[in-house]
Design a protein around this ligand. Structure first.
Ligand code: G3P
Length: 221
């Protein structure tokens, strides 16, 4: 399973990229707003740091505007994936971009039928928002299972990119289902690294080493 970071925060992107954990980045207008500054500079920087796919989202709601914006976004780098909303115009733009060999991420997917249509329109990625479904009392992970089952019956070549991830259990569940990608807020990726027994174990090792050293002060590893 590929791991993308769901952020426009350059510090977090550099931090996890230096650990070799990132296969790509997803952004959206809300994440850009959260970081402030000039989004052009942010998008330039992200596409410089990350070699894998970087989703940058259009804000036009009609086809021709999406096409213009998508082409401008692609100028940031060959690794830019144009992110379009799951609307009729978004699907039309998805079809046009993918026919030209430009990869598309169809976002704001909340049903298996939407996923199916986006795949038919040639999307490279579909982004089902599982946390937002959980928030309204539905089972977001059930949607991932359903889409996985449907896609395994056919040969769309579209990848399931699990979005709106809220906690590490979402990640394990998505991996068990066999989702292609999870896009994670930095806080979730931070939590995935931690286990209390790791910390206790390390503290004990270091305490024992200090005891050993107290009898042999010159010892070094
Ligand atoms: O890419 C954005 C998507 O992951 C939304 O997440 O937390 O705003 O529901 P959230």
């Amino acid at each position: 399973m590929k791991i993308f970071l769901d952020t426009a925060n350059l510090e977090s992107i550099r931090k996890f990229n230096d650990m070799g954990l990132l296969d790509g980045i997803t952004t959206n207008p809300s994440l850009m707003f959260k970081e402030g500054g000039n989004p052009k500079v942010t998008m330039e920087e992200i596409t410089k740091i990350i070699k894998g796919d970087v989703s940058l989202e259009v804000v036009s709601t009609e086809y021709s505007g999406m096409m213009e914006e998508g082409k401008r976004l692609r100028q940031y780098g060959d690794n830019v994936v144009v992110k379009v909303p799951m609307t009729p115009d978004g699907l039309k733009a998805c079809k046009s971009f993918s026919s030209e060999g430009i990869p598309v991420n169809v976002t704001l997917i909340f049903s298996a039928n939407q996923a199916l249509l986006a795949a038919k329109a040639g999307a490279k990625y579909i982004s089902p928002f599982i946390g937002r479904l959980d928030d309204i009392g539905q089972d977001g992970m059930k949607l991932i299972q359903e889409i996985k089952e449907i896609f395994s019956n056919y040969d769309f070549g579209t990848q399931i990119l699990v979005a709106s991830v809220r906690h590490p259990v979402h990640v394990v569940d998505a991996a068990k289902i066999g989702a292609d990608v999870v896009t994670l807020p930095p806080a979730v990726l931070d939590k995935m690294m931690l286990h209390p027994l790791t910390k206790i174990g390390l503290d004990n090792f270091l305490a024992d080493w200090d005891k050993l050293k107290s009898g042999n002060p010159d010892i070094k590893i």
